[in-house]
Write a protein that binds this ligand. Structure first.
Ligand code: NOJ
Ligand code: CA
Length: 606
């Protein structure tokens, strides 16, 4: 069992970057009018469009295939923009769309200024961007610059010789001589890769090793080289000049490496990210990035903050520091009863995380709120209940929470439909390099039997989130006309799909649309104070969001049991604004005594 949990956390690490060694509106981005007077503060916060936005993440490979090759593409996204716009979101985050050999589905970039051929052309991108702007939405793109692909021409050059002008674009080191080791050398240090094994790869051409914190085909860029930094700022300006509105920055805290690259101690190997992230020059590089690339544009930036604690967060996002607008902190995604993820969350732990965030991030530090993305299993399967009986109410409850908490909410594609985990049965059902590498580490090596391994990974695999969007009940969920999509569609597409939800006013899609509209209509849900009314309650999450006279009370029954619940602290629910149980919804109002049905969510004025 310990092993299983360890494997769970290990693969999670590969996915979400914890410890590997735990076991062996919208104009184009425009020049800021620098002379504009500072906007009036709202509850102490400087208002900004990206604070008021709701973001929708598109994973292009899995969104919509326009040309029948089984792979989602940019024209497919363009065709579905009305669907996204009608949900009410303001910003689309597009996972990597750049030229890539796809060792890690686009997170290994071969050319930062080119569109992946499978996704279309630059003209398709420009058309998509124009169509997004026309619909008064904005676009942020993924910035993957801790590493590139080994097929990027910088690396192709870099590996040719020790004196190649690009040699120092990457991190090369001689190995430690060991006649017994393959090639006669041990790696320069004991860094583990997030995708299994050593983070060093021997290159026979020059007989040195290069660092790759992720896959062998993802060599880490050397940010200490000013030429590398200038290349990055240049490519950022390239996309900003096209009109994109900002960036989601992949594993950005890893860019500054520890001087001398010493071995990790046994203690550090338990959580390498804590040491590999937030290196000595990270803040300097982010500030330089701000001044050399971002400052002239009106952008939104969000960093994937691997290895970054809540206490370290303000140093990155405090608006007086000019680094990033916000980061993704994974504390909430990682909660469950046993301190690990992907089980029914231990509600008091989850609530405590949100309270800590509210306490520790002051009015200068903005937050994000999310529980899913392309690296995690499905929202309703991990945090709700994906059984036929409770899938719909629990998915709606989760959207209620995400859209009423503090911070800019991020919705991952398909969660607005309540899409679920995939019934993975065998290794060949998976595409993800993280699973394939983990299979070698655990099953091929004999550490775990195949059934045990497959049982674990089916719950936690990133591929759960990457199965194609379920558009309708036709073959392959209407995602593609090809006989076989790149990754199988969840067989439940016949019942869970966009067409049926669009036709049903009580669907998860329409409920999410109403919740988004509610957030947009009330600044209290954006800038209001947050207070958890009942932190220890294991079943009910009840909190308030207040801004002056605008006072909201949110009550969520996080369980499949009905409960008679009395609001604490003398609080009385006022008018009921929204409930997730349309049709059977209670009309209880102006009372402290609430009879909550299973997975019921209510938003009140109070
Ligand atoms: C984080 C991305 O979200 C993930 O999908 C990717 O595998 C790693 N970074 C490496 O780029
Ligand atoms: Ca296609």
């Amino acid at each position: 069992m310990k092993n299983i949990r360890a494997l769970g956390s290990l693969i999670f690490a590969a996915l979400l970057f914890l410890s590997i060694s735990a076991i062996a509106q919208n104009q184009p981005s425009m020049q800021k009018a620098k002379s504009e007077p500072a906007a009036q503060l709202v509850n102490g916060y400087e208002p900004a469009w990206w604070k008021e936005a709701v973001v929708y993440q598109v994973y292009p490979r899995s969104f919509s295939d326009s040309n029948g090759d089984g792979i989602g593409d940019l024209n497919g996204i363009t065709k579905k923009l009305d669907y996204i716009q009608k949900l009410g979101v303001n910003v689309i985050w597009l996972s990597p769309h750049y030229d890539s050999p796809n060792a890690d589905n686009g997170y290994d970039i071969r050319d930062y200024r080119k569109v992946m051929a499978e996704f279309g052309t630059m003209a398709d991108f420009d058309r998509m961007l124009a169509a997004i702007k026309k619909r008064h939405m904005r676009l942020i793109v993924d910035l993957v610059v801790n590493h590139s692909s080994d097929e990027h021409h910088w690396f192709v050059e870099s590996r040719k010789s020790k004196d190649n002008p690009y040699r120092d674009y990457y991190i090369w080191r001689p190995g430690k001589p060991n006649p017994a080791a393959p090639n006669g050398f041990d790696p320069p240090n004991n860094y583990p890769s997030y995708f299994e094994g050593s983070a060093w790869q021997f290159d026979p051409q020059t007989k040195e090793f290069y660092l790759h914190l992720f896959a062998v085909k993802q060599p880490d860029l050397n940010w200490d080289n000013p030429k590398v930094r200038d290349e990055v700022y240049g490519l950022m300006r390239f996309w900003l000049d096209k009109g994109v509105d900002g960036f989601r920055m992949d594993v950005i805290p890893l860019i500054s490496k520890r001087p001398g690259l010493p071995d990790l101690t046994a203690e550090e190997l338990k959580d390498p990210s804590a040491v590999l992230a937030n290196g000595p020059h990270m803040h300097e590089y982010l500030q330089e990035m701000h001044s050399k690339a971002l400052a002239p544009y009106d952008t939104m930036t969000v960093g994937e903050a691997i290895g970054t604690t809540l206490a370290q967060t303000p140093a990155i996002v405090d608006d007086r520091r000019h680094e990033l607008n916000m980061i993704f902190n994974f504390d909430a995604v990682e909660t469950d009863g046993a301190g690990k993820m992907y089980h029914t969350p231990n509600l008091p732990d989850l609530k405590a995380i949100y309270t800590r965030h509210a306490q520790q991030l002051d009015k200068h530090s903005w937050d994000t709120v999310f529980l899913s993305n392309h690296d995690n299993p499905r929202l309703v399967s991990s945090f709700g209940d994906d059984s036929p009986e409770f899938r719909v109410p629990s998915a709606k409850l989760l959207e209620t929470m995400l859209l009423t908490l503090r911070g800019t909410p991020f919705i991952y594609q398909g969660d607005e439909l309540g899409m679920t985990n995939y019934p993975f049965a065998k290794l060949s059902d998976y595409d993800d390099i993280a699973i394939k590498n983990a299979y070698k580490t655990y099953v091929t090596s004999g550490k775990l039997t195949e059934p045990v391994f497959l049982g674990i990974v089916s719950r936690i695999s990133r591929d759960n989130a990457r199965t194609p969007m379920q558009w309708n009940a036709t073959s392959n969920g209407g995602f593609t006309t090809a006989a076989k999509p790149w990754l199988a569609v969840n067989p439940n597409y016949t019942t869970i799909n966009a067409a049926s939800e669009l036709a049903d006013p009580d669907s998860i899609y329409h409920y999410t649309q109403r919740m988004i509209a509610l957030r947009h209509a009330h600044k209290a849900l954006v800038y209001g104070d947050y207070l958890d009314l009942d932190p220890a309650n294991p079943q009910v999450f009840a909190y308030t969001r207040n801004l002056g006279d605008e006072r909201f009370l949110v009550v969520l029954n996080f369980s499949k049991a009905a409960i008679a619940y009395t609001l604490p602290a003398g609080i009385q629910a006022g008018d009921l604004v929204l409930s997730n149980l349309a049709g059977t919804a209670s009309t209880e109002s102006h009372t402290a005594a609430l009879n909550l049905k299973p997975w019921e969510a209510r938003v009140y004025r109070y």
